[in-house]
Design a protein around this ligand. Structure first.
Ligand code: SAH
Ligand code: SF4
Length: 348
């Protein structure tokens, strides 16, 4: 966080960091809530707007911290389903993408937690470019807030399924989720906030101990160790035994169900052997399997499984007592689906 405060200014602070900062300045704690309301509830772009914060405090804060707001560099709207994809520019020139997925009842925002990603998954467009840097707390919250503003409606759900591995940037992501959840911030229900991880066990263990009921999704993609290691080289240190045990412990501690994300890649993750292993992995877990039709990514050797095979897999999982659904594709015409956020249209 310290290094990021030069780039992100006040946006480097989560709710507890802001409270600490305010108390160090000898101010009452409620000032921190006011500032959160201005920054995230109202989206203030300058210290001057914070009219109920004393001018002297505003001055001291502005002497120390900048108040950057992401710049919209590009926005694409799907003609098919109204999905919108955004490219944001951050203080140091880093760029990240977010997606807004509207339905009549909901507005879901898919946000990024890192610029790039260091996990190197072979099927993912973000993974191919490597990690640029972690995002600061406010850089994460701002994406969700700004997408809501663009739609002119309340964001009902937000998912950390954009660029980056949330548990590789745990503290900032947790601070951001708390600000999204806070009535001073975006006021989104904790259960409607989802963090998706490639399966970093220490992160799952930490999340088990958090008081909020955030939702957890785990990108499994293969329950065969060798295949998973090939597809997801960055997560080798957390093997499938440890991962399954962490899920069991998570459910015991929280009583909550996890989603297992499983991208169907023809001949790689949809074979009888793979599906047997998936059924064994999921059997007895409090989980829901989300079968994702693979989004083909440039230069990737993987191709999607057939829809017929996907339907068969749902039936096979059902037979072994595991609930599964096939995720519907959104924003296909603007490459807004999972794993396709790669900023290719700006040439990096
Ligand atoms: N790093 C986290 C969250 C961001 S990726 C994670 O891996 O869970 C969001 C989701 O998109 C993950 O489930 C990821 O596995 C999936 N994904 C990545 N590339 C994909 C692709 N080409 N097709 C379908 N899903 C993909
Ligand atoms: Fe990173 Fe997730 Fe993509 Fe893997 S799938 S490279 S963990 S963003």
């Amino acid at each position: 966080m310290t290094n990021l405060s030069t780039i992100a200014g006040i946006k480097a602070f989560g709710p507890s960091g802001l409270e600490r900062l305010i108390s160090e300045l000898g101010e009452p704690r409620y000032r921190a809530h006011q500032i959160v309301r201005w920054l995230y509830g109202k989206g203030a772009g300058s210290w001057d707007e914070m009219t109920d914060v004393p001018a002297s405090l505003r001055q001291r804060l502005s002497d120390r911290y900048t108040l950057p707001v992401p710049t919209l560099l590009d926005r694409q709207v799907s003609a098919v389903d109204g999905t919108r994809k955004y490219l944001w520019g951050l203080g140091d020139g880093a760029t990240v993408e977010s997606v807004g997925l509207p339905t009549p009842e909901r507005l879901t925002v898919c946000f990024s937690t890192q610029a790039g990603c260091g996990m190197g998954c072979s099927f993912c467009a973000t993974g191919a470019g490597g990690l640029k840097r972690n995002l600061a707390v406010g850089e994460i919250v701002d994406q969700v807030r700004l997408v809501g503003e663009d739609f002119g409606s309340r964001v009902s759900n937000a998912v950390a399924m954009g660029q980056g591995e949330p548990f590789a940037n745990y503290d900032a992501v947790m601070g951001a989720l708390r600000l999204m959840n806070s009535p001073d911030g975006l006021g989104i229900g904790a259960r409607h906030l989802t963090v998706s991880t490639c399966g970093l066990v220490p992160g799952i263990q930490r999340l088990s101990g958090e008081p909020e009921q955030f939702t957890l999704a785990i990108s499994l993609h293969s329950a065969v160790q060798e295949t998973r290691d090939e597809l997801m080289p960055g997560v080798k240190a957390s093997d499938l035994h440890q991962l399954r045990a962490a899920i069991v412990d998570y459910t015991a501690a929280t009583g909550r169900r996890v989603s297992l994300e499983y991208a169907l890649m023809a001949g790689v993750t949809d074979t009888p052997k793979q599906i047997d292993s998936l059924r064994n992995f999921a059997r007895g877990l409090l989980c829901h399997v989300n079968l994702i039709p693979l989004n083909p990514v440039a230069h990737s050797r993987h191709s999607p499984a057939s829809t017929k095979r996907a339907a068969e897999i749902v039936r096979l999982l059902d037979k072994s007592g595991t609930e599964a659904t096939i995720r519907t594709e959104r924003g296909a015409d603007i490459d807004a689906a999972c794993g396709q956020l790669s900023q290719k249209h700006v040439g990096n």
